[in-house]
Design a protein around this ligand. Structure first.
Ligand SMILES: [Fe+2]
Length: 186
């Protein structure tokens, strides 16, 4: 998760140059601060690419967690661990994309009563696959911070690319956020 300027590839370091065209053409609001996550790694047959922290059989989650005081927390690069140092505005929006068909499922709606770390695997019965939208490779899908979605087990070993753009409205930072020398951020 790295701060950058949405729609402006000049605001990302050269190491991410292969993503410049995407950065320039995919954004929530051009010119706003955004937060970019790129994950390129081997997904193993039968396991979700990004579900290692799931505590239940399905890696079903919301991007944000919340505490009983209704404060929204970011989970950063993975799902959050207390103490959280990041809060999210309720209206934060997120774009998701990846390069493997049907490796991410999204449900319409919002799961307001999410857990402190965003894991909602306990509520899986509310989210049957027949009601899901399955992302195709190259699709860009917009969700909210409490939209239920799931990283699905992949059918074969696969070098998966995952891309996420989070809008402005993220306050604070976690130590594991990637620093961007081109965009000072506190
Ligand atoms: Fe997610």
């Amino acid at each position: 998760m790295m701060p950058y300027i949405q729609g402006r590839s000049a605001s990302i370091p050269d190491i991410y140059a292969p993503y410049r065209e995407i950065v320039d053409s995919v954004f929530l609001r051009k010119g706003d601060i955004g937060f970019l996550t790129i994950d390129e790694s081997l997904a193993t047959e039968g396991k979700p690419h990004r579900g290692q922290r799931a505590q239940y059989a399905r890696a079903l989650h919301t991007e944000a967690g919340r505490d009983p005081n209704k404060i929204y927390y970011g989970w950063g690069g993975g799902w959050g661990k207390a103490p959280h140092r990041v809060t999210l505005d309720r209206g934060v929006r997120i774009l998701l994309a990846n390069n493997l068909d049907e490796s991410c499922a999204v449900w319409d709606g919002e799961h307001e009563d999410t857990s402190p770390d965003g894991d909602i695997g306990h509520a899986a019965a509310q989210y049957p696959y027949r009601d899901a939208t399955f992302l195709r490779a190259g699709d860009v899908h917009e969700i909210g911070i409490l939209t239920p979605h799931e990283s699905l087990p992949v059918p074969r070993d696969f070098n998966r690319q995952f891309l996420r753009i989070i809008s402005s409205g993220v306050h604070g930072r976690e130590e594991y956020f990637t620093r961007n020398p081109l965009v000072p951020f506190n």
